[in-house]
Design a protein around this ligand. Structure first.
Ligand code: PBG
Length: 337
């Protein structure tokens, strides 16, 4: 009875968790979640011009590409089996103004990108962000009037821009602006224009996060942004408010929900999946990507293993997929397995 083994037996009885963990084959048998290529959405950055592949300092391994190169990237992604791309334009500074009027140009950078990709690679999904920040001279997601981001006027413009994105061939419209009522307005506008089959992936819970820093360098808004986005994004302290906000998007007709950023908000992913049953996606945002890259470059972590572990964590939290700048790297690793 004083033997150490007996002591363990008395405590655990027949309950030994380590039996299933004892070998690779048994661990594979009991593995609950798996990452597949179908879980990946690849966000890409587009710039005007041709034959441009321009590194983004704050996001090692990620480039801004001209449309021709974005088409090549889309082919690569489709060959790897990645289901969809999310496109983000770095709009020429001369086209940015207070109201983001270039968002309403049928041939703007984001719409030309969609046209080119859908023409060359029709079997990959194209998800377009309809927020105004790539088009505004102040870097905000909406129209700025008298120091305020005005809601309803912004929503009306975003709904028109969404129709143009759908006209260009976008499969899913993803509003990331967090204006009130935009999902319903976009749905009505799409339907009125005959785009009943174009879906909406609502950035249902977008938090006022510090993790977006590198992205703002990527689309050229970091130097422009005055103030912060706290009057429209959600306070990182608030989970219940996030759920109420997501519930409105569901009522207004969202087909899919997104949580952004990703890893610090896994509780929200889980609550959303449990509450609404809609497909839930997480956006592993630029800052999450860059911190893994930076630590790996310093030899402080194993970058590949950390990357795979973070993506698996999203699956465990109930996500149906992840927008990740690692998508191509991961797809290549999964293809080798
Ligand atoms: C804004 C927008 C942001 C991101 C995508 N669209 C946030 C912001 O700039 O405030 C962030 C994506 C990332 O960090 O990877 N509509």
């Amino acid at each position: 009875m004083t033997d150490k083994t007996d002591t363990v037996d008395l405590i655990t009885g027949h309950r030994r968790m380590r039996r299933n963990r004892k070998a690779d084959w048994s661990r594979r048998m009991v593995q609950e979640n798996r990452l597949t290529v179908d879980d990946l959405i690849w966000p890409i950055f587009v710039v005007p011009g041709t034959n441009i592949v321009e590194p983004i300092d704050a996001m090692p391994g990620v480039n801004r590409m001209s449309i021709d190169k974005a088409v090549e990237a889309a082919k690569l992604a489709a060959d790897l089996g990645i289901p969809a791309l999310a496109t983000f334009p770095n709009v020429d500074i001369s086209l940015r103004d207070d109201t983001g009027s270039n968002s309403l140009a049928a041939n703007n950078l984001i719409n030309e990108t969609t046209r080119a990709i859908k023409k060359a690679v029709p079997n990959i999904g194209v998800i377009t962000d309809v927020a105004l920040d790539p088009f505004t001279s102040h870097g905000h997601d909406g129209i700025l009037r008298g120091g305020e981001i005005v809601n309803d006027e912004t929503v009306a413009q975003i709904a028109r821009a969404a129709v143009m994105q759908a006209d260009a061939g976008a499969d899913i419209i993803a509003p990331s602006d967090m204006m009130d009522g935009r999902v319903g307005a976009i749905r009505r506008a799409l339907d009125a224009a005959g785009h009943q089959n174009v879906g909406i992936m609502a950035y249902a819970t977008k938090f006022a996060s510090a993790f977006y820093g590198p992205y703002r360098e990527a689309i050229g808004t970091s130097g422009l942004l005055k103030g912060d986005k706290k009057t429209y994004y959600i306070d990182p302290a608030n989970g219940t408010e996030a759920m109420r906000d997501a519930a409105l998007d569901v009522e207004e007709g969202a087909d899919m929900l997104m949580v952004k950023p990703g890893l610090p908000y896994l509780d929200i992913c889980w609550r959303m999946k449990e509450s609404f049953g809609l497909p839930v996606f997480a956006y592993q945002v630029s800052g999450e990507y860059s911190q893994i890259k930076a630590a790996a470059a310093n030899g402080w972590i194993d970058g590949e293993r950390v990357m795979l572990e973070t993506l698996l964590a999203f699956k465990r939290a109930g996500c149906d997929g992840i927008l990740s700048y690692f998508a191509v790297d991961v797809a290549r690793i999964l293809a080798k397995r």
